[in-house]
Design a protein around this ligand. Structure first.
Ligand SMILES: N[C@@H](CCC(=O)N[C@@H](CS)C(=O)NCC(=O)O)C(=O)O
Length: 256
């Protein structure tokens, strides 16, 4: 039976946000989702900075034990939730096992690689007011290089009878972490078809009911729908570009 949790999730419909809503859904535990509209800069408000001093989503406050615990940074939230609420290790591994450290390795790899590189690809390909070819190429190439690393890992796992999963022959938070960004590949202008194992892995994860639910928390997942026409993709990019530019302006004023 799922533990009786009391968790507040602060998030928005983005890759980093999906990472945590999908983790909570996979664990099947009770939580309340609060929409932090990053286009309105809610993540920079005083009350939210007390939860995440970095002013970014996602964050959680776990009130289950009675003493509220605030957690921020995607990978650290995922590890915390599994340590506390995945006692049967359905999507994680026992602390200090070899698989545990391999899982952590791939999560840190994702957090310091795919996340920031694909994030910059989004920025220069979709949001920047001028199209700088050098920057677009740099971040597209780096994202593709990282996808190849993931593709090769999946291929070698499969050929050693570990299934098409990153670690230990089962779906874990390492897969979920990487999935949260690879699922947004087309928004960054990167195709997944050239990476056959990654493509199969992606489609398998997309079919998990908890993932289908999680990507629609706290708001409906719209990107793939918006990508169906050039006009709606452009409109979606404009909407995001506006707040990204405003945020940059405010940061530049503060940090001259
Ligand atoms: N390393 C952080 C990244 C968090 C992050 O960059 N979140 C983005 C949304 S995907 C955000 O809150 N952006 C708002 C802003 O830049 O002000 C994590 O994994 O949690």
């Amino acid at each position: 039976m799922a533990p009786n949790t009391d968790i507040d999730l602060y998030s928005d419909g983005t890759p980093n946000g999906h990472k945590i809503s999908c983790t909570l859904e996979e664990l099947g535990i009770k939580y309340t989702a609060h929409h932090i509209d990053i286009s309105k800069n809610t993540q920079k408000e005083e009350w939210f900075l007390k939860i995440n001093p970095n002013g970014r989503i996602p964050a959680i406050v776990d009130k289950t034990s009675g003493k509220p615990k605030r957690r921020f940074e995607g990978a650290s939230i995922q590890l915390y939730l599994c340590e506390k609420y995945d006692k049967k290790h359905q999507i994680s591994f026992p602390y200090d096992s070899d698989e545990y450290w391999e899982m952590v390795e791939w999560m840190v790899w994702m957090q310091s690689g795919i996340g920031p590189m694909q994030g910059q690809a989004n920025h220069f390909y979709r949001y920047a007011p001028e199209k700088i070819d050098y920057a677009i190429k740099r971040y597209h190439t780096e994202t593709k290089r990282l996808y190849q690393v993931l593709n090769d890992r999946l291929a070698s796992q499969q050929s050693s009878d570990q299934g098409l999963w990153i670690v230990g022959g089962k779906f874990t938070i390492a897969d979920l972490s990487c999935f949260s960004w690879v699922n947004w590949a087309e928004w960054a202008g990167v195709e997944t078809q050239p990476f056959p194992e990654l493509q199969k892995w992606l489609e398998t994860i997309q079919q998990r009911p908890a993932i289908d639910k999680g990507v629609n928390v706290p708001v409906k997942f719209e990107m793939k729908e918006k990508m169906k026409s050039k006009e709606s993709a452009e409109e979606f990019a404009q909407h995001h570009s506006k707040w990204v530019m405003q945020g940059m302006k405010e940061d530049q004023e503060k940090h001259q």
